[in-house]
Design a protein around this ligand. Structure first.
Ligand code: SF4
Length: 264
C-alpha cells in the first residue's frame, strides 16, 4: 500500500508541474475528462480526481465516455470507478464506426479523431465546461511529432494546452510530462479498469508504427524521451530555416513516394 501511495504521489507531482507550467486549471474551472476507457485516459481520470481531493485547486470534474459503435463494450467497471471517485460520468453513443465504414476513401483514424473531438467538445459545452482534459502522454507527443515530420513534412506536435476560439474551450493534457510506461505503472498499481479498444484498426495504424520507432530509439538511447521533451522547450528559433517550399531529394520514378502520396 505504501509503494502504491508513493507511486501515486510521484505521478501527481509531475501532473501538477505540467498543470502549473501551462496554466491548465484554475479555481472555478469545470473540467470534463475525455475517457476512452484505455489505460491513459483512465489514469488521467484517476489522477485528476485525486488532485481535486488533495490540492488547493478548487475545480469541478466530470467524465465523458463515448460508445463509438465498434462493438459490445462493458462500461460497468468505469461506472464503478467513477462512483468510487465521486466523479459524475456521462456515457453517450454516437455512430462513429458506421460513418467511418461509409467513408472508405478517408483515413479512418484522422476522421475518427475529428469526429470524436467534435462530439466530446459539444458534450463539454452542454455540461458548461471550460476545460476538456485529454490523456495524451509524452510518448503521444513524440509520436505526433514523428507523424507530422514523416507524413506532412512539418516539425510540430500538439501543445500541452490549446485554447479553441470557436468554442471558448481549452484542451488540456496534464500527462504530457509522463512517458507511457508510467501511466501503465499507475494503472497497475491502482488496479484501474481498462477497456480494450474493439476497433478493427487498433494496432495497425501509422501511429503504431511511430510507437515502434519511439521504442527503438528509447532502447538505444535511454534518455531519448526526456531529451525530446527538453528539446521541445528549448527550440532555437533563429536556427530554423526560412520557408522555401518542399522538394524531393530523389529523381521521379525511383519508387519512393513523394510528399502527399504516403496514404494513411
Ligand atoms: S484505431 Fe479505431 S478508434 Fe482508434 S483512432 Fe483509429 S479508427 Fe478511431
Amino acid at each position: 500500500m505504501g509503494r502504491t501511495r508513493n507511486y501515486r504521489r510521484w505521478f501527481l507531482t509531475r501532473v501538477k508541474k505540467a498543470i502549473s507550467d501551462y496554466s491548465m486549471i484554475s479555481d472555478g474551472d469545470r473540467v470534463v475528462a475525455g475517457v476512452s476507457g484505455g489505460k491513459d485516459s483512465t489514469a488521467l481520470l484517476f489522477i485528476l480526481a485525486y488532485l481535486k481531493s488533495y490540492s488547493h485547486l478548487r475545480f469541478e470534474l466530470e467524465a465523458v465516455m463515448l460508445d463509438l459503435g465498434w462493438g459490445e463494450v462493458d462500461f460497468g467497471p468505469h461506472r464503478e470507478l467513477c462512483r468510487r471517485l465521486e466523479v459524475p460520468l456521462h456515457i453517450r453513443a454516437h455512430p462513429v464506426a458506421q460513418i467511418i465504414s461509409e467513408k472508405a476513401d478517408m483515413n479512418p483514424c484522422a476522421l475518427c479523431g475529428k469526429l470524436r473531438a467534435g462530439i466530446l467538445n459539444n458534450i463539454a459545452l452542454d455540461l458548461g465546461a471550460s476545460r476538456v482534459a485529454l490523456g495524451h502522454h509524452l510518448d503521444d507527443v513524440i509520436e505526433t511529432w514523428f507523424l507530422n515530420l514523416i507524413f506532412t513534412g512539418q516539425m510540430k506536435t500538439f501543445l500541452p494546452s490549446t485554447y479553441l476560439s470557436n468554442t471558448g474551450l481549452t484542451l488540456i493534457r496534464p500527462l504530457v510530462y509522463l512517458p507511457e510506461r508510467v501511466t501503465v505503472g499507475l494503472v497497475r498499481s491502482e488496479e484501474l479498469p481498462v477497456i480494450t479498444n474493439p476497433c478493427p484498426y487498433n494496432g495497425f495504424t501509422k501511429r503504431d508504427e511511430m510507437k515502434r520507432i519511439v521504442r527503438e530509439l528509447s532502447a538505444r538511447y535511454p534518455d531519448f524521451r526526456e531529451r525530446f521533451l527538453t528539446g521541445l522547450q528549448n527550440v532555437s528559433l533563429e536556427n530554423l530555416w526560412k520557408q522555401r517550399g518542399g522538394f524531393r531529394s530523389r529523381p521521379p520514378g525511383d519508387g519512393v513516394p513523394a510528399r502527399g502520396e504516403q496514404g494513411s
